[in-house]
Design a protein around this ligand. Structure first.
Ligand code: 5GP
Length: 129
């Protein structure tokens, strides 16, 4: 069972920003930038291009909605999107509010307080449609 499945089942906590029957989005615990969010299919699959076309499209649709909420919640130039999965082998889309190129480098990290995580999650979820 992946660490993200444990988040989905509530076994470990997360700062959740959006959820439906098939997907969940929560803040990355070690963010590149404020608002860095992960969008995860609840069905555990390792690699994104092993998803069916239908599941892939549904993941992109859900990510689109989360990105719109991020744009309304975090001041940034644009939302960067990336898929890697080398650390957690459970499909996830990184959505990163980006101002400079280094915001998309996964060695570039920011430290946030618990209050900042809570505030960001509340703001993003309130803007999620
Ligand atoms: P990747 O697998 O795409 O290389 O990166 C996995 C991402 O998941 C990393 O950005 C890392 O900070 C994040 N991550 C790893 N474990 C947890 C966790 O327990 N909770 C949250 N919210 N994020 C995590």
């Amino acid at each position: 069972m992946s660490i993200f499945t444990k988040i989905i089942t509530g076994e470990i906590p997360s700062y959740k920003v959006a959820e439906d029957d098939n997907f969940i989005a929560f803040l990355d615990i070690n963010p590149n930038a404020k608002g860095h969010t992960l969008v995860v299919p609840k069905k555990e699959e390792n690699k994104i291009f092993d998803l069916s076309k239908e599941d892939y499209s549904a993941l992109m649709d859900f990510s689109f909605r989360v990105a719109k909420a991020l744009e309304k919640s975090v001041i940034c130039k644009r939302i960067g999107m990336s898929v890697i999965g080398l650390e957690v082998p459970h499909v996830h889309v990184h959505l990163v509010p980006t101002n400079i190129m280094t915001d998309m480098q996964f060695t570039h990290k920011v430290k946030l307080t618990k209050d900042e995580f809570v505030g960001l999650a509340e703001s993003i979820s309130s803007n999620f449609e």
